[in-house]
Design a binder for this molecule. Structure first.
Ligand code: CA
Length: 229
């Protein structure tokens, strides 16, 4: 079975070795990913908490805050983005520590670039639960079929079809169910041409009308996060 998923999406690379991070940025960029690079754990933590990524690529040995600590702090804040840890420490004990810290995968240095890319694709497949070419984002009580722009419910409710923009909003929120998005962050991602944040409130209103009041949760003074439709 062919399991190729087009490489798209954003990757956060946290790596203090400049030569390696430049190589990774070029490699991932060539593979079709959008890439942000952080040169230390502090910066990586900041980006991981304030921006949305599809995959995290974390070096373990970083000055100040090491890679596993960055990951632990992101997980503690509800960031569920799949993470691959890169490390020169690659004994079984080291791998177990990495996986216990919340990494989905662990790759020893030096690594083969094709293997790295394949592992990133695998992480994205698992995260998106790609089934037979149809990507589904699972959530408590149902799933969102990305290509068909259709929300299905496990309780037998009729599926709901969404417009392009409604679908983009559901995809953003449902993929990161524990993350709160400010209205400006939602606007940047889903309505980049809009001139004010009111469009975000309007579309949240549409989604609630179609999917139920609880589909989107308002976090007062901060923004919105996914609910349980
Ligand atoms: Ca390092």
């Amino acid at each position: 079975m062919s399991t190729t998923v087009p490489a798209s999406g954003r990757v956060l690379v946290v790596e203090d070795d400049r030569q390696l991070s430049a190589m990774l940025a070029e490699l991932l960029g060539d593979a079709g990913y959008g890439v942000d690079v952080a040169g230390d754990g502090q910066r990586g933590l900041h980006l991981g908490l304030t921006r949305t990524y599809d995959v995290l690529l974390l070096d373990r040995g970083l000055p100040a805050i090491d890679g596993l600590d960055v990951l632990g702090r992101l997980r503690a804040q509800g960031v569920t983005t799949p993470a691959l840890v890169l490390s020169a420490l690659s004994n079984p004990v080291d791998r177990v520590e990495g996986l216990d810290a919340g990494a989905e995968d662990y790759l020893g240095k030096p690594f083969d670039v094709d293997e790295l890319l394949a592992r990133l694709r695998a992480l994205r497949r698992r995260a998106g639960a790609v089934v037979g070419g149809t990507e589904q984002v699972r959530f408590g009580g149902g799933a969102f079929d990305v290509a068909a722009r259709r929300v299905r419910f496990d309780d037998g409710r009729a599926p709901v079809d969404l417009s392009d923009r409604e679908a983009a909003l559901v995809e953003l929120l449902a993929r990161h169910p524990h993350q709160v998005f400010g209205r400006d962050a939602v606007r940047d991602r889903v309505f980049p041409e809009a001139t004010d944040d009111g469009v975000v409130d309007t579309y949240v209103h549409y989604l609630r009308r179609k999917l139920g009041r609880r589909a989107v949760t308002t976090v007062r003074g901060v923004g919105y996060r996914w609910g349980e439709p």
